[in-house]
Design a binder for this molecule. Sequence first.
Ligand code: F0G
Length: 457
Amino acid sequence: KKYVAEPFKIKMVEPLRMTTKEERIEKIKEANYNLFALRAEDVYIDLLTDSGTGAMSSNQWAGLMLGDESYSGASSFFKLVESAKDVFGYEYIQPVHQGRAAEKVVMPLLLGEGKVAISNMHFDTTRAHVELTGAKAIDNVVAEALDTTTFAPFKGNMDIEKMEKLISEYGSENVGAIIMTVTNNTAGGQPVSMSNMRDVYAIAQKNNIKVVIDAARYAENAYFIKTREEGYQDKSIKEIVREMFSYGDLLTMSSKKDAIVNMGGLIAIKNDEEMYNDVKARTIPFEGFVSYGGLAGRDLEALAIGLQEGIDYDYLNYRIGQMEYIGSRLEEAGISFQSPVGGHAVFVDAKKVLPHIPYYQYPAQALAVELYIEAGIRSCDIGSYMLDNDPVTGEQREAELELTRLAIPRRVYTQAHLDVVCDAIIAIKERADEIRGYEITWQPKVLRHFTSKLRPV
Ligand code: F0G
């Protein structure tokens, strides 16, 4: 597939320090083979996450200068409210400092001891905030999400049949929330179809259950609906976004993704005034007064602009085109990845690239380390290394999939950078049999992938 050329030009550049392979071998050793322990200045192409790493536009930078830093009633707040209402069609808008802050404010209003939340898949922090209320978090994605090789247009969907079973099993009065994550990050940035959102909402309404949309990648999801779902080809991204959010009662959002800001989050409520009052009452002690919600006035201004830029068709066509381009080059080279590519990342199937490395020597981590050594690329393991040991037996658990995630920051890297990434993976495949696995020499009790120390075996 030919790439889609960038729909922007570059006004300001951030120089990158070039390193040699010898330097990188030294740096990754000093980091104990944990990519989180590298200094960013020693990384050439940073694909660790697409969160907060996007490049703001000249309009957003100009907006920073207009930021109104008044404690209460800042004009930037009203600009944000107007912009968010326009994009989502919801009545009440509450800014917060990032996605997990929105979750912290909202989840205890819906959930608690004895309740359950059903989601197409909870993101880690969402799961944590559900569980912190004492509730149980149930992931219920469609089965095709686990099949990496067969094309399905909407692998992020909720399994509707199972959802209905879960509701009757737990009793609708105990299901505090249905959480629709768009796109489905944990399933590899896979989209959710409009018909799935519509059906989920209808069932939720019938059972008197609130639908929360985890809206971090609202625009990428809308692009996939436009390009893959019958009947949406001629609708604008904005019309599609509006319809998507009509199938929810409220949203929580990390604005660090599709709204292209470096920090920010949102809560929005369709029309429930009582819920809005409860949200305000929790925002004030945790995040700050309602008209800034943990953000500077200039952040509100940048977010108001970014929400609109995120739904620009030409931008999205280029953005998703980046993933598809990487996917097509890997496919040509016979390298397996989770197919189709997601909206914000490509997940390389490390089990197939490094078949000689067993799960307990972390093939996806080995590939991530090798990508750094080969070309200064930082990615991360989504596999057995990321899975903590079994809390009961202390045994290493085996992940269903061993994936190395290449998350692409928005508007940051050029076409040439993407080629560097593809060339590096192809070069690694060629010398795959020399690559060794890793063992952990030190690890914390939970979330070990952030801080563990490793060494080659
Ligand atoms: N929901 C989804 C779907 C996310 O992907 C994230 C963050 C959050 C909520 C939490 O938002 O970071 O602003 O507090 N995902 C990042 C990632 C960290 O790398 O995928 P936050």
